[in-house]
Design a protein around this ligand. Structure first.
Ligand code: ADP
Length: 619
């Protein structure tokens, strides 16, 4: 009953969300839903009214021709209706499968566009897990929801029809059905509550479950698992996880069985009382045999197709929409924090393609002329949810066309500084400015077009080499040959069976190639070269390269960055010589800033690091 009453704003809002989504994606969906309600409504009336008429004919006039017509309507009409219902059901299934795939696509897109920090925070990860689970077998997704709506709609119309039909003959029957069904509703509510309790507890357990059963046994961990013989550790964790899930399932099954037993007992008693009541009515001559048969059928229809169908489906709808609201919340929550790729709301829109800075629709100074570098102004940063400053009071101006090498010990914050520049996180204090404006004032889509970045943990996709290099650059039609050439992989690409169209990895095709660590890194560099943005950021670009390849990259460094503004992170300090300036990060802030010669003369952190590396080469 409680869940019936909780058919609240939230349920209506969730149903509204999915219904609007479905109608947007499929224009004919409302018509299919209408037919799905109308056709099953007609069927029970055929089986209630016609048998009564046939019995009346048999026990009365006995007109054979009339009997044949009545039987033909009963059989033929039933056949036609059932097949029409089947056809509409199939059409609805096809449409709902399409809608479900589009919902998946919408969630996948949302996951790709949410603010970067949401990809790692516990709350956001749980929200996603809950949204995914909420749309799965728990609710049956869009089909599960519409199934309930259709049954509720059909039940209401059937109920109204039966009331009109039976109320004159035996209204008591309706009261008996109602009492029995209301008690059953309480039982179903208990059954649903038990399922809801499981759903509330599962995100954390499921996250752990999918980590063990899908991620850990995949390619990502394949080497460590084998080399460090980690199977028994993983299996112990899996067994413990399964125990927790089994316990929860048992508890849920116990509660659901208890409620189910009570419900079926009440129904059985209800049927018994109804039959007895009708039999007494016939014996007393208050109703005919034909009316007895019709009332029995009507009572079954009223109980099953109307009351039980409406109440259980309302409860199901409340429960399913509760599960599915996790999806709506995920999509909605993210909207507030999302980096909207189509974000045209911001005041300034830096568009490197039209090379202009636009404000309130007015074109100002051309962007490339206006681009005077990037400035960190008293920037401090803590990762969300932590108290420790990773960067403190950073002041750094990277001039236009300047190449800067960022050095410092592991964990000194070099990559973090790059992430801030890429707007993967917002600064905690201070600001990063471009053309006099805080970078957050530019549309994100336009801003990131200014950057060509290779991260140390870069990722390649299981698509072709060409696609890996072009990625989002779909409008650019230039060949990728030059990028392959400059990053030193043109020979490798040429040697492949389908050249640039060869697939990477074997996810989709047996013929896919496995690049070596160095080839993969050069491919990531080729992607940055092809993008041809005014600012190039290379985070440990040569970490996986052999000494010859590394030397080649440095030799072509100027070609690679083509006198662009460049920020370069490397532990091999010999590479810093290629840069105009070296910035040393230590103890959360910038400790040294100058050319190689200046810093060597300064004899500080850089000079010490350089000397300790050079020692190994000299020796
Ligand atoms: P570097 O690139 O200089 O090796 P990083 O910028 O990667 O250093 O890391 C600087 C510090 O920030 C490290 O102490 C690291 O543990 C911490 N850190 C990095 N990423 C995160 C994160 N997502 N959440 C919390 N702390 C982080």
């Amino acid at each position: 009953m409680k869940s019936l009453l909780s058919l609240s704003k939230k349920t209506l809002a969730t149903c509204g969300y999915f219904y609007r989504f479905a109608c947007r994606e499929m224009r004919s969906y409302p018509m299919i839903i209408f037919l799905s309600i109308l056709l099953p409504t007609l069927l029970p009336f055929l089986t209630m009214i016609l048998p009564k008429m046939i019995i009346e004919e048999l026990t009365g006039a006995g007109d054979v021709q009339r009997l044949i017509i009545l039987t033909a309507i009963l059989v033929g009409g039933g056949f036609l209706l059932k097949n029409l219902i089947l056809l509409v059901q199939e059409l609805r299934k096809v449409q709902e499968d399409r809608i479900a795939r589009r919902l998946e696509l919408a969630m996948s897109r949302k996951a790709m566009t949410i603010k970067y920090e949401c990809t790692e925070t516990e709350a956001a990860l749980s929200a996603r897990q809950k949204a995914e689970t909420g749309m799965s077998w728990y609710s049956g997704g869009i089909r599960g929801m519409s199934e309930c709506l259709v049954k509720i709609g059909t039940g209401i119309f059937v109920g109204l029809g039966v009331i009109l039909l039976v109320v004159r003959t035996s209204p008591v029957l309706l009261v008996i059905s109602l009492i029995s069904v209301l008690i059953n509703a309480v039982c179903t509510s208990g059954i649903n509550r038990a399922a809801q309790e499981v759903f509330e507890k599962t995100p954390a357990i499921n996250k752990f479950y999918s980590y063990i059963y899908t991620r850990i046994n995949g390619r990502e961990f394949a080497k460590e698992l084998r080399l460090y013989n980690a199977f028994s550790l993983i299996e112990t964790k899996a067994v413990n996880n399964a125990k927790e899930l089994n316990q929860m399932d048992n508890e849920c099954a116990r509660k659901q069985f208890g409620w189910g037993l009570l419900g079926s007992t009440v129904s059985t008693v209800g049927y018994g009382v109804s039959y007895a009541y009708l039999a007494i009515m016939v014996l007393r001559g208050r109703i005919t045999i034909a009316e007895f048969v019709m009332c029995i059928t009507a009572m079954e229809v009223f109980t099953n197709d109307c009351l039980i169908a409406v109440i259980t489906n309302l409860q199901q709808l409340v429960m399913k929409s509760n599960f599915m609201s996790a999806f709506v919340e995920y999509m909605g929550l993210e909207d507030a924090e999302e980096i909207a790729f189509a974000d045209k709301q911001k005041g300034a829109d830096l568009n490197p393609e039209t090379t202009s800075v636009r404000e309130n629709g007015v074109h100002e100074t051309p962007a490339y002329d206006a681009f005077d570098g990037i400035e960190f102004d008293h920037v401090s940063f803590k990762y969300p949810g932590t108290d420790e400053y990773i960067l403190k009071d950073i002041n750094l101006k990277i001039g236009r066309g300047e190449s800067i090498s960022l050095v410092g010990k592991n964990g000194s914050g070099k990559t973090t500084l790059v992430k801030l520049l890429c707007r993967l996180y917002d600064v905690s204090e201070g600001s990063i400015r471009l053309c006099g404006r805080d970078i957050s004032e530019y549309s994100y889509e336009a801003y990131v077009k200014l950057l060509s970045v290779v991260f140390q943990d870069f990722k390649l996709f299981g698509y072709s080499l060409e696609e890996n290099v072009r990625l989002g650059n779909t409008s650019k039609t230039d060949p990728t040959d030059e990028a392959f050439e400059l990053s030193g992989i043109s020979d490798w690409v040429e040697s492949l069976p389908e050249k640039g169209n060869t697939l990477l990895y074997k996810e989709y095709d047996e013929k896919g190639v496995e690049p070596s660590g160095g080839q993969a890194q050069k491919l990531a560099i080729a992607r940055a070269v092809y993008r041809d943005s005014p600012v190039v950021i290379l985070d440990e670009p040569t970490a996986s390269l052999d000494p010859v390849a590394e030397y080649e990259i440095y030799r072509h460094f100027n070609d690679l960055i083509r006198n662009k503004t460049a920020l370069y992170i490397s532990h091999r300090l010999s590479s810093c010589k290629f840069c105009d300036r070296i910035v040393v990060l230590d103890d959360h802030t910038i400790k040294e800033n100058g050319s190689h010669e200046e810093l060597i003369r300064l004899d500080g952190i850089y000079a010490e690091m350089f000397a300790s590396q050079a020692k190994w080469y000299q020796e």
